[in-house]
Design a protein around this ligand. Structure first.
Ligand SMILES: *[C@@H]1O[C@H](CO)[C@@H](O)[C@H](O)[C@H]1NC(C)=O
Ligand SMILES: *[C@@H]1O[C@H](CO)[C@@H](O)[C@H](O)[C@H]1NC(C)=O
Ligand SMILES: *[C@@H]1O[C@H](CO)[C@@H](O)[C@H](O)[C@H]1NC(C)=O
Length: 285
């Protein structure tokens, strides 16, 4: 009696977890753009386009609560100034949580900026921006969001570029109750994206097209109000934190490629820097 029961539990458990190098036909919906977003090949590629009339976007069918979500992206080549391509996780409602990668385009030969943000309970204002150590338009590169109860880490080609620790014990809200979907999109943001809005979109270059592949959600599925994982046994990323090697890489990226850090922008926060900026260093790993 006991053995079949275990089998049943294992099967149910496995079906609730996803570790899929997925098929876009099954994993996502193209939700806007009126044909400007396309699933190509046998479901292994998506192209999103932007022209003067509209951008386009897609979202995951599944919702997650914790996991490691990867996407390979090849950004808009040549003159991409004014465009923003995004890859992010977001929950619903007015007190939403959100973890963002936004790729701010530029004139041919000028560097993209990777713009990142973390929203908790509807509040963001936590921008960090980076240049990349490669040309993100020449080939696909892997952008990853690790999200677990201990921390959020953003990776580029497996190098950590940003860490947002769970500092709830210091009074900083942390995303842990609301499930999120994965979203990707391309849109026009020439009022702020390139050199702060100085360089406008050149519509004679449209359509602007970015490509996506190898969406991989090694994540805890959310269904019927519960997550499929509760501890590190159920998901290898559940308790992952940066070891000292990875901390070294993070420091290297931040030293050499960081363009903007809200945590050092004292002009912007005359009443004092956000709490996580000042307590982050007090919490040891
Ligand atoms: C980008 O520019 C190069 C050189 O100007 C050109 O050969 C190439 O076709 C352009 N690529 C696209 C996708 O427009
Ligand atoms: C675009 O290039 C300019 C000039 O190199 C640079 O200052 C800027 O940070 C680049 N990126 C964006 C998104 O504006
Ligand atoms: C970890 O999660 C699994 C699957 O949900 C569960 O069977 C197990 O009891 C949990 N272990 C601990 C230590 O909570």
């Amino acid at each position: 009696m006991a053995i079949p029961m275990c089998l049943v539990i294992t099967l149910v458990f496995c079906s609730l977890m996803v570790a899929n190098a997925g098929n876009f036909y099954q994993d996502v919906d193209i939700t806007w753009g009126d044909g400007r977003g396309k699933i190509l090949g046998n479901g292994n590629l998506i192209s999103l386009s932007l022209d003067k009339a509209s951008g386009s976007g897609f979202q995951s069918n599944n919702e997650y609560l914790y996991g490691k979500i990867d996407m390979q992206i090849k950004l808009v080549p040549n003159n991409s100034a004014g465009t923003v391509t995004s890859f992010y996780l977001k929950s619903q409602g007015s007190a939403w949580d959100e973890i963002d990668f936004e790729f701010l385009g530029n004139l041919s030969g000028d560097p993209y900026i990777v713009h990142t943000n973390v929203f908790t309970q509807g509040k963001g204002d936590r921008e960090q921006q980076f240049y990349l150590w490669f040309d993100p338009t020449a080939d696909f590169h892997t952008y990853s969001i690790l999200w677990n109860p201990a921390n959020i880490v953003l990776y580029v080609d497996n190098r950590p570029i940003r860490e947002f620790k769970n500092l709830e014990s210091f009074g900083v809200p942390y995303p842990k109750k609301q499930s999120m979907r994965m979203y990707s999109s391309i849109w026009d943001a020439d009022n702020w994206a390139t050199r702060g809005g100085l360089v406008k979109t050149d519509w004679s270059q449209a359509p602007f097209t970015a490509s996506f592949r190898n969406f991989n959600a090694n994540a805890c599925l959310w269904s019927n109000g519960a997550s499929s994982c509760t501890n590190s046994t159920s998901n290898p990323w559940f308790s992952h934190q940066l070891d000292s090697n990875s901390q070294g890489v993070l420091k290297w990226v931040q030293k050499n490629y960081m363009v903007y850090n809200y945590c050092t922008d004292t002009k912007r926060f005359p009443q004092g820097l956000p709490l996580e900026c000042t307590v982050a260093n007090k919490k040891s790993n």
